[in-house]
Design a protein around this ligand. Structure first.
Ligand code: SF4
Ligand code: SF4
Length: 355
């Protein structure tokens, strides 16, 4: 998701497939050597990751390359290098599945990256490494590693991703969270929200942008991007309050095709969360009013799914459950107005202990 602005060498031709998933951002573990105050997915030391068996089940449910291509898969965390056996197992399985047809990227905070690990990553066919911790939210010791890492990358013939790619060289990038881009307008999630670092507001309309839900269903058209947290599939980087499906039990394309039949997800696919309730009799005007009252579209999205659309989401390992319920206003404020549908929820949210 983040850092997907500079595309890799396009290894997959759209014309060769029925469709194309442009990018899969896959958090294989939330275990991290740090516990940053701005972390959107609550990564921390000891947090849950996939088992090797679960990785295999997820990879088996990724698109069949003979049907739907996958342009790139970005492996992230947590800190992916804090659990190297899991990362290298995942890279091995993905390369076995896709070979050179899919670009494998790794996103890291850089703390644990040394020469041996870098050589292992290159030997596992990684096409790009992003160090995503160059910001004032990470410790000084992390920021100060940049020069060392740049020298390591250059010594392996890697190319700065900010420069035009003229050949198939492996690339690297450095970036981080900023108030005007990756903290401010989004991440009303996890510790970023709990610590008041997100200033996402109605005018930001993140859902309409790349890494929002816009076009997440368009694998047959313009190409789409999805966010996978452990095995759970989300339509966007901020994450709906529960996942739209799980790669542990359902193929990704089946999940997207199922969502494509729902007017609610069609509205999200259009980047219009304020219209997501129209098929249930909840007007766009109500969506706009609740977005303004709650503070941003993603909190309205949470309220919509928790109040009207729980059955559209699935039980997963990464449901944010009570975190989002905290954001929903008291019952007397959210009670549907006359003429509006009553709650259609069929399942309770998991508690923190369940997540
Ligand atoms: S922001 Fe990155 S480095 Fe910090 S806790 Fe989250 S995953 Fe770890
Ligand atoms: S409004 Fe909902 S679907 Fe859109 S970006 Fe926010 S959480 Fe994701």
């Amino acid at each position: 998701m983040i850092g997907a602005d500079v595309g890799p060498v396009a290894l997959t031709s759209r014309a060769a497939h029925v469709g194309l998933v442009e990018s899969i951002y896959w958090v294989v573990s939330r275990h991290c050597n740090q516990r940053c105050g701005h972390c959107y997915n609550d990564s921390e030391p000891g947090a849950r990751g996939l088992s090797p068996d679960e990785v295999d089940r997820c990879v088996a449910n990724l698109p069949d390359a003979n049907d739907v291509g996958v342009e790139r898969i970005i492996l992230s965390g947590g800190e992916v290098l804090a659990w190297p056996a899991l990362l290298f197992h995942t890279l091995t399985r993905l390369y076995q599945r896709y070979g050179e047809h899919t670009a494998l990227w790794v996103q890291t905070n850089g703390d644990l990256l040394d020469e041996r690990t870098l050589d292992d990553l290159l030997a596992h066919h990684v096409r790009r490494i992003d160090v995503s911790s160059i910001d004032r939210y990470h410790p000084k010791s992390t920021i100060e590693r940049r020069e060392l890492l740049e020298r390591m990358f250059a010594s392996r013939g890697m190319l700065d991703a900010s420069r035009p790619a003229s050949d198939g060289r492996v690339r690297y990038g450095f970036w981080g969270a900023t108030e005007d881009q990756w903290i401010g307008p989004l991440w009303p999630r996890g510790r970023a929200r709990a610590n008041g670092l997100s200033s996402a507001a109605p005018q930001h309309e993140f859902c309409r942008m790349w890494s929002g839900a816009k076009n997440f269903l368009e694998y047959r058209g313009s190409g789409c991007e999805v966010n996978v947290q452990l095995g759970d599939v989300y339509p966007c980087c901020p994450m709906t309050c529960r996942p739209i499906g799980s790669l542990l039990v359902e193929p990704l394309i089946a999940i997207l095709d199922r969502c494509a039949r729902s007017p609610v997800f069609q509205a999200l696919n259009a980047g219009r969360p304020e219209r997501m309730g129209e098929s249930l009799g909840i007007s766009e005007a109500h969506g706009i009013q609740r977005t303004r009252a709650l503070g941003n579209h993603c909190l309205w999205c949470d309220e919509f799914f928790t109040t009207y659309g729980r059955a559209l989401l699935v039980d997963g390992a990464t449901a944010r459950g009570s975190v989002d319920l905290d954001s929903v206003p008291p019952a007397h404020e959210k009670r549907p107005a006359p003429g509006e549908p009553t709650r259609i929820a069929t399942r309770p949210f998991p508690t923190d202990d369940d997540c």
